[in-house]
Design a protein around this ligand. Structure first.
Ligand code: SF4
Ligand code: SF4
Length: 464
């Protein structure tokens, strides 16, 4: 039934604009979700500009899912931009590159914006901006799928949408999991953040060329670019860039949080449901964020490793919200300065957006590959809501895109009954925060679910 509706809807709602078709999938949104204030207008008119070159960077050796890297340089070494400074033999990992040229001052331990303590290479800038790689002008037809995968690995590309999964691993599914669809995710459903939107408006052709490269790596016939319908300029830019590419379609999705979650995107675009505990490859799909696509483009066609990315600096307590190209390892204090400093006393500083971001206890930390935003809330916005008793309204259940029962998980956690909590499938939770957002009693549902996940995983580990 849903498939018939999907096909009919796609057929009826396809619009012709110039010669480029757009898939209008707004009526096929996922179940659940919420509508928080977007607050994107703070920064969505700010063109992408380059941040000032940092005087010093502290580059974490663990910026990805998988094994951490070990430094390949020593104190006193001279390094150049794009030179590998951390690596490992592990398959699920990604090398780390210098983002500035200069001298290695220290190899130390830092706490990253994710709260993880990691080894880091500290480099002092010599101001020369010397490149440690050769800029090239490569053509896709000259490269095999295996060569492309190696380029992606060597460039240290990880998912820049937040998960930081090494891209070369995602692009190497087992032979029994053929991929027929690659989706470039420009949904950017997280409030405040605009880096992906501006990236699509600034470099749409690069995204299309990156998608062509990923399709070649995976031998997949179909490419999609998906964008929420609150970004008409980005939709238009991608439509124009996709003209003449018969195998690539641009799809407009309903603006609803968490539309950008990859399983929701696959559900809406392909009408396929990733099974509990499964991955997109289980249903023949790979999803990559638009910023990841830019990194793939730069690596494949220009031989440029991943050492910088676009970050949105935003929030009502920040003087001049911006979208900046920032070198990895830049101190957060410097970014705040470059956005004009604080407009008023900040109440909370978050790496990422307000729904899934991480509150920062200090600004004495440094950017990493997975960080796409820095949000500064006012004291008023950051006030903790008063929690009251659950009134059994089931709004949290209705909002949950994964069809969980957050109130039941929280009750089991409060009773320290983690076996009962497990029966409500907390491991399937994507920690989108929609349940907490919608709860009229302001229950700390996500926090309870995180605790349940931690306890269940610890139990599984012990059993192993
Ligand atoms: S239970 Fe998890 S997936 Fe469901 S709404 Fe809450 S945070 Fe999102
Ligand atoms: S939304 Fe809040 S108050 Fe309503 S059932 Fe869920 S936990 Fe209880």
């Amino acid at each position: 039934m849903r498939e018939a509706l999907a096909n009919a809807n796609r057929f009826l709602h396809r619009k012709k604009e110039k010669e480029v078709e757009i898939l209008d999938l707004k009526n096929l949104t996922f179940r659940g979700g919420v509508h928080p204030d977007g607050n994107k207008d703070l920064s969505n008119q700010a063109p992408i500009t380059r941040a000032k070159e940092p005087a010093l960077v502290s580059i974490s050796m663990h910026q990805h899912t998988g094994a951490p890297c070990e430094p390949t340089v020593q104190v006193g070494d001279t390094v150049k931009i794009g030179q590998i400074i951390g690596n490992t033999e592990a398959f699920v990992s990604a090398p780390i590159h210098a983002s500035i040229s200069g001298t290695v001052k220290e190899i130390t331990t830092i706490t990253t914006p994710t709260g993880m303590k990691t080894k880091a290479v500290v480099i002092e800038n010599d101001g020369r901006e010397e490149l440690g790689y050769i800029e090239m002008d490569r053509k896709l037809e000259d490269l095999s799928a295996d060569e492309l995968k190696k380029i992606v690995r060597d460039a240290g590309i990880t998912g820049l949408g937040g998960a930081s999964f090494p891209a070369h691993v995602k692009f190497a599914p087992p032979a029994d999991k053929p991929i027929d669809s690659v989706i470039i995710n420009g949904s950017e459903c997280e409030p405040y953040l605009t880096a992906d939107q501006l990236t699509m408006q600034t470099w749409p052709e690069k995204i299309i060329r990156a998608l062509e490269a990923i399709l070649k790596i995976l031998g997949a016939p179909n490419g999609y670019i998906v964008i929420e319908d609150n970004k008409p300029e980005a939709i238009k830019a991608m439509q124009d860039a996709a003209a003449g590419h018969a195998n690539i379609q641009v799809a407009a999705l309903k603006t609803k949080y968490p539309q950008g979650d990859e399983k929701r995107v696959i559900d809406v675009v392909l009408n396929r449901q990733v099974p509990s505990g499964g991955l997109p490859m289980d249903v023949g799909a790979v999803v990559s964020n638009v910023s990841t696509a830019i990194a793939v483009h730069d690596a494949v066609y220009r031989n440029k490793p991943l050492y910088e990315r676009v970050i949105t600096l935003t929030g009502h307590a920040l003087a001049e919200p911006k979208n900046l190209i920032v070198k990895m390892g830049t101190p957060l204090e410097e970014l705040i300065e470059q956005a004009g400093g604080f407009r008023e006393t900040p109440g909370k500083i978050i790496s990422g957006g307000p729904m899934m971001g991480m509150a920062q206890p200090t600004l004495h930390t440094f950017t990493i590959k997975g960080m796409g935003g820095l949000l500064v809330l006012t004291e008023e916005e950051a006030k903790k809501p008063k929690t009251s008793n659950c009134i059994n309204c089931a709004r949290c259940v209705e909002a949950c895109p994964v069809r969980l029962e957050p109130l039941q998980i929280e009750r089991a956690v409060n009773a320290l009954d983690f076996d009962r909590a497990e029966a409500y499938r907390p491991l399937d939770c994507i920690e989108c925060g929609a349940c907490s957002y919608t709860c009229p009693a302001k229950r700390p549902l996500v926090e309870a679910i995180r605790l349940a996940k931690y306890e269940i995983r610890a139990k599984m580990q012990k059993a192993r």
